[in-house]
Design a protein around this ligand. Structure first.
Ligand code: TXA
Ligand code: MG
Length: 317
């Protein structure tokens, strides 16, 4: 039995009805699949935390379908709107001041005075939000601390029985989560490296983006927990091909030999990001191996996000 549906108007209508009635719908975005609920329905939002096994001190991102709605939803200024017009829809999340005290948003924001908002670049996600008529709160549609899903099948495998409906929009094009920037202070602080590179943001604003490494014991973003995005097998990173152990599953990058899977034989970081989570999932099914070894990945552009995820996935303390 499966609760995976396609993208016909009837499927979207049904998914929107589920959202309006307080249910959970998993849906595709440009980055990873999200587990969505009506932001204004605290019970539905609570069901997200429950389904994921996620602590409620980790706030959720609100997904909206129109740039013009942003000023109604959160505090904006010209800087925020210019960034939204340039990068939305796309893999960039803003942390902004909340507009006024709306208690129904307290759980989504984990009681913080700030709210995270994004507009995903995926036609199915945008149609779903518009049809539901409310912003959709959605974390990645995986169990807490596990690898984010980039296909509907990944969602079904980890949360299948906990979600009312899964909309299948094919594999996610970007494959790593959004870049999160905090815009509540004069300088722009990157809380999480993601699908939009720091360099692209800086070349648009002409200003430096400050990288926050956060306090791993007090994460303002769960992605800041040292151990996160973990496969079910030990993983070693930055491993040159000559140092791979015979009992390891080798995930390569670029022109390496003997890789069981290669994130991008041509060395493209965007291709590597799109393959990363699916390959980690495939690797961990090879239970004849004792662990995963991962090629070095350059620390530029999307490489920041890729290295961030694999560093956390390999953390074993
Ligand atoms: O690509 C993505 O961003 C995906 C898709 C589904 O949109 N979503 C996603 O959500 O990765 P999640 O919940 O796995 O990660 C959201 C991050 C968390 O690290 C959370 O702490 C941070 O956003 N966040 C949310 N609201 C925040 C706030 N008010 N202040 C600081 N960080 C916030
Ligand atoms: Mg997540």
């Amino acid at each position: 039995m499966t609760n995976i549906y396609n993208d016909t108007p009837a499927d979207i209508e049904q998914a929107a009805r589920i959202i309006r009635n307080g249910g959970l719908v998993a849906f595709p975005t440009d980055t990873v699949y999200g587990l969505g609920a009506d932001v204004y329905n605290p019970q539905a939002v609570a069901a997200i935390f429950e389904a994921k096994g996620r602590p409620t001190f980790d706030p959720l991102i609100s997904h909206i379908a129109e740039i013009d709605f942003l000023p109604e939803y959160a505090c904006t200024d010209e800087r925020v709107m210019a960034l939204a017009r340039h990068f939305w829809p796309g893999p960039l999340t803003f942390v902004l001041k909340r507009k006024e005290h709306n208690p129904s948003l307290d759980l989504v924001c984990s009681g913080l005075p700030h709210i995270a908002v994004r507009m995903p670049n995926h036609p199915l996600a945008l149609k779903l939000i518009k049809t539901a008529g409310v912003p959709i709160a959605a974390p990645s549609a995986n169990k807490f601390k596990c690898i984010s899903p980039t296909t509907a099948r990944h969602v079904a495998d980890s949360l299948g029985d906990k979600v009312d409906m899964i909309l299948d929009g094919g594999p996610c094009k970007i494959g790593v989560e959004t870049t999160i920037v905090d815009l509540t202070t004069p300088e722009m602080v990157m809380l999480r490296a993601g699908g939009l590179s720091k360099e692209e943001i800086e070349s648009f604003t002409g200003e430096k983006v400050v990288v926050s490494h956060g306090d791993p014991n007090k994460p303002s973003a769960p992605g800041q927990l040292l151990k996160h995005y973990a496969p079910q097998m030990p993983m070693r990173i930055n491993i040159a091909q000559e140092n791979v152990r015979p009992d390891e599953f080798y995930i390569g990058f670029g022109s390496v030999k003997n890789a069981r899977l290669n994130l991008s034989p041509s060395g493209s970081l965007s291709e590597a990001a799109a393959n990363l989570f699916a390959y980690m999932r495939l690797a961990e099914t090879h239970t004849e191996c004792r662990g995963i070894a991962m090629s070095p990945i350059p620390e530029t552009g999307l490489g920041l996000a890729i290295n961030d995820r694999i560093r956390r996935a390999s953390y074993d303390k």
